[in-house]
Design a protein around this ligand. Structure first.
Ligand code: ST9
Ligand code: ZN
Ligand code: ZN
Length: 333
């Protein structure tokens, strides 16, 4: 073993020592994996996705310019749908299923799975599998949205081409047994297409039409298409902007950054340097509920007894890490 390899193993051990007992390990950066095979592998554009994503964004822009035609109730409903879909991603597939940063009782898991289908971002199993690969092999070819390939690829481009072979090769070695053992996750995967048609398209469109007489046209373009596109882009900004712009107070050796704009638009998911440093922290931030609706939601669920065992990194551990690997931008420094 070379000195560099020894160093890398020691650093990884120190980072792992900071994890709480019983913490998932397959979402922790594998520093020994530095393989960067030629990224110019034969790229295969998936034209169906290019056409659908283009149509979706054209529809969303049309929704935006016709927003004045919507009633106040329809706009309120659009915000409710935005928030439900957002929580299905942040509190659901991200903090619960990808990172196991807290435990959720059955009724909450069912709600989060339904909310997740409203967000239509691939089923929980596939999203969590890609996300664990993203953390473990961050900024390499095995990272599905490798930000080293630029803003466009990390934001949306990765959904428009076939995956790099390393994603599938390294991803197939991840431990996903917890997801396979979760009946809610597997049920949602089985009926995913139907659940998306109902939750992402029919419910957002039909509720305003049935209950307060909104036109089907407006209901389709605003709470359905515009809302869906906004949630997608808010999510994608975490992969693109929050891997490029912002400070690195917790670990300057990794790319993910602290980005307040992304934290705001992604309901608490923009503290991305903290999150990649401590992926098992249920708040995904050092700063409590500030710009972090998702943390407040999980706290509320704990209050009702629907969520338990929230993992939080001890303040001393955070401070020690800031001293050891931070970029010096933390206010404690
Ligand atoms: C979308 C997802 O938008 C967004 C995720 C963002 C993540 C953000 C994370 C940031 C943190 C959280 C912040 C949240 C903030 C929220 C804010 C809210 C306000 N490991 O995929 P296929 C294998 S989706 C292991 O077809 P291709 C596997 O066997 C948008 N194995 O590969 C698989 O079969 P199966 C809507 C893997 O052919 C097989 O390969 N959806 C892995 O290269 C084939 O897989 C779309 O646009 C792995 N990681 O196609 C659809 N991956 O699944 C887009 C694959 O049966 N997707 N395998 O087991 C596609 O069309 C295709 O996936 C493709 C690649 C064309 C992109
Ligand atoms: Zn990331
Ligand atoms: Zn994560």
């Amino acid at each position: 073993m070379t000195a560099t390899e020894r160093n890398s193993v020691q650093t990884r051990q120190r980072n792992v020592d900071e994890m709480a007992e019983g913490t998932l390990m397959d979402d922790v950066l594998d520093e020994s994996y530095k393989e960067r095979r030629d990224p110019s592998y034969p790229k295969q554009i998936v034209w169906r996705n290019v056409v659908l994503m283009t149509l979706l964004h054209v529809g969303a822009v049309y929704g935006l310019i016709t927003i004045t035609a919507a009633s106040a109730l329809t706009l309120l409903w659009s915000s409710v749908c935005f928030m439900i879909s957002a929580l299905g991603i942040t509190a659901g597939v991200h903090r619960l299923w990808s990172h196991r940063s807290y435990k959720a009782k059955l009724p909450l898991r069912i709600f989060l799975a339904i909310a997740n289908s409203m967000a239509f971002q691939n089923d929980i199993y596939e999203w969590a599998r890609d996300h664990r690969a993203h953390h473990k092999f961050s900024e390499t070819n095995a990272d599905p949205h490798n930000a080293a390939r630029g803003f466009f690829f990390a934001h949306i481009g990765w959904l428009l081409v076939r995956k790099h072979p390393d994603v599938i090769e390294k991803g197939s070695k991840l431990d996903l047994s917890d997801l396979k053992a979760d009946a809610v996750v597997m049920f949602q995967r089985r009926y995913y297409k139907l659940s998306v048609v109902v939750m992402c398209f029919l419910v957002p469109t039909l509720v305003p039409w049935c209950f307060w007489g909104e036109s089907l046209w407006v209901a389709y373009f605003i709470p359905c298409l515009l809302r869906y596109t906004l949630v997608l882009n808010a999510t994608w900004l975490v992969n693109s902007a929050a891997h490029m712009w912002g400070m690195r107070p917790y670990d300057s050796n990794i790319n993910p950054r602290e980005n307040k704009f992304v934290a705001f638009s992604a309901v608490g998911e923009g503290f991305h340097n903290y999150h990649h440093t401590f992926p098992h922290d249920y708040a995904a931030s050092e700063y409590g509920s500030r710009l972090n609706i998702t943390k407040s939601f999980i706290d509320l669920m704990c209050h009702f007894g629907l969520a338990t065992d929230c993992k939080k990194v001890a303040h001393d551990t955070v401070l020690a890490r800031i001293q050891r690997t931070g970029d010096g931008s933390h206010k404690s420094g």
